[in-house]
Design a binder for this molecule. Structure first.
Ligand SMILES: [Zn+2]
Length: 335
């Protein structure tokens, strides 16, 4: 029976054969429901972890209001607006829903924009806005509190006024940038702090030498008062520890002191600096105004590095939808 059909198959043109093949493939292996649909329940539970609330006004007087394209819709009794599980997330209103999951996968892999644009066949500026929409969304979740021994130290990045990464067409030779900027070349200080339980904070703290107040701004609220701060002997940290009433141990790197009492050191945080620098190299200089987004991205990947790939993709997707965030292209342009 099938042999007869197959014989006729060979009489078709090449393009007809391909069309038939694709039609049969679709019949035999219909597309699986996309991962977002499958993850919708987890997204809903993370988003409404303390109960269903209106994403527009916060009211809890909300009722279910039918489905649209298999998505549950809700109606707020107070503001009268409706929403679904994805409203005000990076993915709401996207024209390419089938590419969301793939995009997140490439972010977990740490791909650059040109590569992402090529892989997903989207414009590089679309890739850029998606990246920052997602990073703004996961970044809005903030950081976990650091506890116990907390190592902290800063590392420096070259200031970049570059508008966006996408203006970066060709790789510049090392040193070329420096010459052009001359003495206006300022270093951006990034404070990295981490405890011994795998929690990490990495944030832009200021320009040049960091002040105690700047350390407080980026770390203060995230260090548990019972923590013990471990740093080098810089006075800014002494002042910061005093300001917060934290116990403080210092190691004197300039005198080759690496570990004190067998346990106090800043080697973990300095290793993180090295990983961060290595990871950032692929982006060939990040505009300073977006640096915090990249730091959050690095931190997110770093603290989850032992989690299986599929699970990380799922976690990033859920995290990006967890809070109501409304980042538009215009907001991103004006930062
Ligand atoms: Zn409302």
């Amino acid at each position: 029976m099938w042999e007869g059909v197959y014989q006729e198959f060979s009489e078709l043109t090449k393009s007809e054969q391909l069309a038939l093949f694709n039609a049969m493939k679709q019949d035999l292996f219909p597309d699986e429901p996309d991962k977002i649909t499958k993850l919708l329940k987890s997204i809903r539970e993370a988003r409404f972890a303390s109960g269903l609330g209106c994403v527009h006004c916060g009211s809890t007087s909300v009722k279910r209001n039918g489905k649209y394209r298999s998505r549950q819709r809700y109606l707020c009794n107070d503001c009268g607006k409706s929403f679904n599980d994805m409203t005000n997330t990076p993915f709401s209103g996207s024209r390419y829903p089938e590419k969301w999951v793939k995009y997140i996968e490439l972010m977990v892999e740490g791909y650059t924009l040109p590569k992402i644009a090529e892989r997903l066949k989207i414009h590089i500026s679309t890739a850029f806005y998606w990246r920052h929409k997602i990073l703004n969304a996961i970044g809005s979740l903030g950081f976990n509190q650091l506890q116990g021994i907390v190592e902290s130290d800063e590392t420096f990045f070259r200031e970049s006024m570059k508008g966006r990464e996408i203006t970066h067409r060709k790789a510049k030779k090392r040193g070329e940038k420096d010459k052009k900027r001359g003495i206006s070349n300022l270093k951006i200080a990034v404070v990295v702090a981490q405890d011994r339980n795998g929690n990490m904070i990495a944030r832009k703290a200021g320009t040049g030498r960091v002040k105690a107040e700047e350390i407080d701004t980026v770390l203060g609220e995230y260090i548990h008062p019972s923590s013990l701060l471990c740093t080098d002997t810089a006075t800014n940290y002494k002042k910061f520890a005093k300001l917060k009433g934290l116990q403080h141990e210092t190691v004197n790197g300039s005198q080759k002191q690496r570990v004190k009492k067998g346990i106090f050191h800043i080697q973990h945080v300095n290793n993180s600096h090295n990983r961060l620098k290595g990871w950032m190299e692929r982006f060939q200089g990040v505009a300073t105004k977006y640096l915090d987004n990249y730091l959050y991205w690095f931190r997110w990947l770093d603290i989850g590095k032992n989690v299986a790939f599929e699970k990380r993709v799922e976690q990033m997707l859920i995290s990006a939808c967890q809070k109501s965030n409304h980042t538009t292209v215009n907001i991103l342009r004006s930062i």
